[in-house]
Design a binder for this molecule. Sequence first.
Ligand SMILES: *[C@@H]1O[C@H](CO)[C@@H](O)[C@H](O)[C@H]1NC(C)=O
Ligand SMILES: *[C@@H]1O[C@H](CO)[C@@H](O)[C@H](O)[C@H]1NC(C)=O
Ligand SMILES: *[C@@H]1O[C@H](CO)[C@@H](O)[C@H](O)[C@H]1NC(C)=O
Ligand SMILES: *[C@@H]1O[C@H](CO)[C@@H](O)[C@H](O)[C@H]1NC(C)=O
Ligand SMILES: *[C@@H]1O[C@H](CO)[C@@H](O)[C@H](O)[C@H]1NC(C)=O
Ligand SMILES: *[C@@H]1O[C@H](CO)[C@@H](O)[C@H](O)[C@H]1NC(C)=O
Length: 508
Amino acid sequence: MLPSFCTLGLALFVTQSYGHSTPLTIPAPGKHSEPVERDLQSFSIEFAFFPDYAGNRSNPNKFSEHLLENFQRITGVYPRVRVGGTTQDKSNYYPDQEEGIQLVFAKPTDDQPSEIKYGPAFFESYHTLGDIKFSHGLNMAQNASLHQLQLAAVEACTSIGPQLDMYELGNEWDLSGDDYRPANYSLLDYVNEWNEKSAIVKAATQKACPGLFPGFMAPSFVFIDGMTTWTAEELYNLDYDPHDLTKEISFHNYMGVFAPPLAPVSYDLQKTLMNHTNIVDNLGLQIQRMKSLAHLGHPYILGETNSIANQGRDGESNVFGDALWVVDFSLWAAANNIKRLNFHQGLNYRYVSWQPIASEGQPPETRPPYYGHIMVASSLGHSENNRIVNIPLKEDTESAYAIYDGERLSKLVVVNLNAFNQSTTTGRPSRKYEFKVPGHYQGSTVERLIAPGSDALTNITFGGVSYDYDLKQGRPVTLDWKKERADIHGNMLQIDVPDSSAVLLSLI
Ligand SMILES: *[C@@H]1O[C@H](CO)[C@@H](O)[C@H](O)[C@H]1NC(C)=O
Ligand SMILES: *[C@@H]1O[C@H](CO)[C@@H](O)[C@H](O)[C@H]1NC(C)=O
Ligand SMILES: *[C@@H]1O[C@H](CO)[C@@H](O)[C@H](O)[C@H]1NC(C)=O
Ligand SMILES: *[C@@H]1O[C@H](CO)[C@@H](O)[C@H](O)[C@H]1NC(C)=O
Ligand SMILES: *[C@@H]1O[C@H](CO)[C@@H](O)[C@H](O)[C@H]1NC(C)=O
Ligand SMILES: *[C@@H]1O[C@H](CO)[C@@H](O)[C@H](O)[C@H]1NC(C)=O
């Protein structure tokens, strides 16, 4: 689908300007600011739907391959992919099963199957997407046979080989313990069970695949408000993981939950996702926990994250406003030293970055959030020594970041989070920003993340590029878009940012 608005250029957007009266000073990176990994933007794919996303040897999913390859081109590295989620604790491995995967749905309208059986052919899906490092989710819930757990771990290390980055044993047991275990199952019971089963996985793996044990992402807790009494501090006080098999500390994160009672969707989009203050509040808990667990000496990641839990909400997590949320959320997390963000995906989910195959009447499609990820990856580029600093602004509905390559200020990002409805006919407001930049720059290139409105589902571009399925199956297609440049006059760089859009300025 070729967006027709692009030929109109920016004239369409700039109807009235408002903004900051004084120029903005750009802070230097603080002394605690750590380099940002280029695979910050990574993915998590729901265990049951991994074959839909990746395909298999005879039927690789080229669309997913292209979409992941785009990151490799922009940053030099592939995103990492975690294969896991709720369905990992419902997935049992059967070495004699011929089909890669069998799904049983309790009700046909359910988002997820209630039972999953997988066989050796499932692991073909780890070899269709490129040079990606994967984590394989193991089922901690099944208690019928420890041998089955060993078989699954061994098949993972032999089949995935050097691309096996980590294991994961159990998903969100702070919530799910009750689903699989008696109501009195305690945090100590969890610790004992995880310790015992992780040791079994390690022993089996080392026998079958000698060499360095890959380790686990753990504990994969989510801590949704009011739904558990367990805490991370208590967990690590209870002799959790005594042999230090954890490679990365993983917690899950969502901005809200798709469950009643619900505010109107457009209200929620502005208040929950298109709201810098709310993002800062939401990630505050993770950042605090990361600091309190720093003594463990492992990277702290969001092993599964996305906007609205329970697979997202139409009109909020599947629209362009969510892409702007992705940009602000990711840059704020990275500026605060969270090491990786695995954005969760699943077939027919309402918050995904792409629908990998046709299903339930929905065609394969690049969805708005994907463009947010591309913008974040572009703001990092190939540099291995990026640090990100937030530039404080006044309103809930705006944010800005400086990106330093080593000591050198290299890029600026501005996000205008004011919701703009694409059906509005009175013109699109725009905010003006003026930055005071060091003397030696001449100007900057300008790449915009833009769409007809925050409620738009299509016609989205970053830097004039579309990744739509219908154009080139997810490969970049540059649409007819004039190269834009911002000049610097007397150390001042000025830029207009239309409501519901973001801009990446690369200083030259
Ligand atoms: C979006 O793209 C479609 C398909 O090309 C086009 O018909 C439509 O006019 C575009 N919408 C806007 C708001 O530009
Ligand atoms: C490979 O994928 C195709 C298409 O989804 C499917 O029909 C086939 O059964 C899969 N192969 C195996 C061994 O599962
Ligand atoms: C937990 O509940 C089970 C029955 O559901 C019972 O057999 C067991 O004794 C209880 N354990 C404790 C420590 O209360
Ligand atoms: C499952 O196994 C673990 C570890 O052996 C044990 O602690 C737990 O009580 C078992 N649960 C059930 C329901 O059998
Ligand atoms: C956009 O405007 C239309 C028409 O006024 C309205 O029906 C719709 O609810 C609005 N959407 C949002 C997300 O505000
Ligand atoms: C943004 O979020 C904060 C904190 O949750 C809230 O107090 C504020 O009202 C929200 N702003 C908007 C514009 O909804």
